[in-house]
Design a protein around this ligand. Structure first.
Ligand SMILES: C[S@@+](CC[C@H](N)C(=O)[O-])C[C@H]1O[C@@H](n2cnc3c(N)ncnc32)[C@H](O)[C@@H]1O
Length: 297
């Protein structure tokens, strides 16, 4: 559907036009999207737009706004258009090189922060599959005593994570490594890691066609799809983590709500101890953790 009549130059008129256009194109929460895009295009915040509804919007901002609304109407994710995503205490740069961090993952970080703050000295933590760097950079910011590594199999994702680290003045704090799961790490870390935290891809191949276009057509395939089962990466990591974890080291993973209980059973079968499941903000099972099996010592 085309953008239709030229929008009026006032903030509220622009929002009303964009909301209608986005709704006609099947965008969920069209008004909120319209407000956030206008805030982005004008460099103002949403409350300011409401405080001054008659505020005229300059022609160049209006042009940028119309382009942004057209991109959103074509189902490009809002955060790839604005280029940012808030995650815990950080404002991260996001673009199609990596997955947009999800709110559920903030709970994974919450648990990791608790574990690291309770650990003596300088605990070593690895964020496996770092994507934008949201987990590793949050841990570096919130747990300054921790020694933080981050791995990813995607060069593009690592480049974005490094950009974020530099922008947040954490470039010298987190060590990034390219490669498959923990194999990306230097061998001398084997048996010395206190915490492995991972939000791996966990969507089944067969579910890919039914994903929303925002996800299917814009986020990297490698960040979404694990394989036919959806839990392939979790399983491989559970198998290799004992080689890397220190005695009593913890493996902490996010998974799908329909996967986590099965993963907990696999972890227990592999000899992990104190296996626990944690719910997300909606009360759904989302995080599984287990202490490294004793034979890894
Ligand atoms: C679901 S995304 C999570 C990204 C980020 N940690 C977050 O929570 O937003 C999974 C990430 O794992 C990476 N990945 C996929 N397979 C991998 C592998 N075998 N080894 C390391 N990283 C992998 C992807 O490139 C992607 O960045």
């Amino acid at each position: 559907m085309s953008a239709g009549a030229a929008p009026s130059p006032e903030a509220m008129g622009l929002i009303a036009w964009a909301s209608r256009y986005l709704e006609e194109n099947g965008v969920i929460k069209p008004r909120l999207n319209a407000e956030l895009l206008l805030a982005h295009s004008t460099g103002r915040d949403r409350t300011e737009l409401y405080a001054y509804p008659e505020m005229p919007v300059a022609a160049d901002c209006r042009e940028g706004f119309v382009t942004a609304v057209e991109r959103r109407a074509a189902h490009e994710p809002l955060q790839y258009i604005t280029g940012t995503k808030g995650f815990r205490y950080l404002e991260l740069q996001v673009d199609p090189r990596a997955l947009i961090p999800r709110p559920e993952t903030e709970m994974l970080v919450e648990r990791a922060v608790d574990v690291l703050r309770a650990a003596p000295g300088h605990p070593v933590v690895v964020d496996v599959g770092t994507g934008s760097g949201c987990i590793a950079l949050s841990l570096a910011r919130e747990c300054p005593a921790a020694v933080v590594y981050a791995t990813d199999i995607s060069d593009d994702a690592l480049a974005l994570a490094r950009d974020n680290a530099r922008r947040l003045a954490l470039g010298d704090v987190v060590s990034f490594r390219l490669g498959d799961l923990c194999d990306a790490l230097d061998g001398e870390l084997a048996g010395r890691i206190d915490l492995i935290v991972c939000n791996p891809p966990y969507i089944r191949e067969g579910d890919f066609p039914s994903l929303p276009p925002e996800v299917r057509e814009h986020e990297p395939y490698v960040s979404l799809i694990a394989g036919p089962e959806g839990s392939e990466l979790h399983r491989r990591l559970m198998e290799q983590a004992p080689l890397w974890l220190a005695p009593s080291g913890l493996l902490l993973m996010e998974g799908g709500e329909d996967q986590v209980e099965g993963l907990a059973a696999v972890a227990a079968g592999l000899g992990y101890e104190s296996v626990k499941i944690h719910p997300d903000l909606n009360g759904l099972p989302r995080i599984v953790e287990g202490v490294s099996p004793p034979h890894s010592t």
